[in-house]
Design a protein around this ligand. Structure first.
Ligand SMILES: Nc1ncnc2c1ncn2[C@@H]1O[C@H](COP(=O)(O)OP(=O)(O)OP(=O)(O)O)[C@@H](O)[C@H]1O
Length: 266
């Protein structure tokens, strides 16, 4: 029976669902930026959002940790469930939610504080450590997960802003994972990085997949193909197609996806 179950999973590719979005719409004033998006995002998987500029990738990503709450004119309808809990419920505290659903932005944005304090800040405000030794361990673990520990272990009390761009982005990833999130949202995390730093961050994303559900917005189709297992293609606010990355890039169903990946739109 157990074998049958595993075989079935292997054959269908069924994975645990981490995020389930149902009929999500986002409006900025009159502008309808996301139209009836429903999607199930798997755990321990990298999911890429691709599509032409302005199609709504970042807007939809921001729904997953309620960052659109911070934009006055944004209005969101529909539901998003994480592990079955509806995070759009007004009783859900967005600060707690964002500890569980971490985010990394396009431009590395370390706080104007030391490397240590950048990482320690979240765990401190969420009461994750009892004492300094605990906190030191949390900081080291997060910096190791961010694949930057070796480079900064002897300069933890220097400012985070003194690091190179690629190091700053890995520091921001370390900061995001320090609160032990379950989901990691990345909005074009490599767009400000050179090819070497990009390769390091991509390698890191692949490692992070073991522990998190990672959702990445990217303009680079090569990057989506390299790092993701699932891809969603957005066009004018619609999620046009969603499926296995290999399939989307080699044999898409929708002509709009086909045009985009072959470079005819975008
Ligand atoms: N804060 C905002 N106020 C008003 N309109 C917005 C806001 N943010 C996004 N929009 C609009 O919503 C639409 C979707 O934008 P969004 O940034 O989500 O697209 P995107 O696919 O991530 O684009 P890009 O690839 O250029 O980053 C666009 O038409 C954009 O102009």
């Amino acid at each position: 029976m157990e074998d049958m179950y595993h075989m079935d999973r292997a054959m269908t590719g069924t994975q645990d669902i981490k995020i389930s979005a149902r009929d999500v719409n986002v409006y900025y004033g009159e502008k309808h930026a996301i139209k009836n998006v429903s999607v199930e995002i798997a755990d321990k998987t990298v999911t890429a959002f691709i599509g032409p500029s302005g199609c709504g990738k970042s807007t939809f990503l921001r729904c997953i940790n309620r960052m659109n709450d911070t934009i006055d004119i944004a209005r969101v309808t529909g539901n998003i469930l994480i592990d079955g809990e509806d995070i759009t419920d007004p009783r859900v505290d967005p600060v707690q939610l964002r500890a569980k659903v971490g985010m990394v932005f396009q431009k590395p944005n370390p706080f104007p504080k030391s490397i240590y304090d950048n990482v320690a800040y979240g765990p401190k405000i969420h009461g994750m450590s009892r004492n300094k030794t605990d906190l030191d361990e949390i900081v080291e673990r997060a910096l190791r997960r961010g694949a930057i520990w070796e480079e900064v272990k002897d300069r933890l009390h220097e400012p985070g802003t003194g690091l190179s761009g690629g190091q700053q982005q890995r520091l921001c990833i370390a900061r995001a994972v320090a609160t032990e999130p379950e989901v990691l949202l990345m909005d074009e995390p490599c767009s400000a990085l050179d090819p070497i730093a990009t390769a390091q961050v991509e390698e890191l994303i692949d490692e992070l997949r073991q522990n998190y559900s990672v959702v990445i917005v990217t303009h680079s189709m090569q990057q989506a193909a390299r790092v993701s297992q699932k891809t969603a293609f957005f066009h004018l606010g619609d999620m046009v197609e969603y499926g296995e990355t290999d399939k989307i890039f080699t044999n898409p169903e929708d002509p709009r996806t086909e045009s985009y990946i072959s470079g005819r739109i975008g």
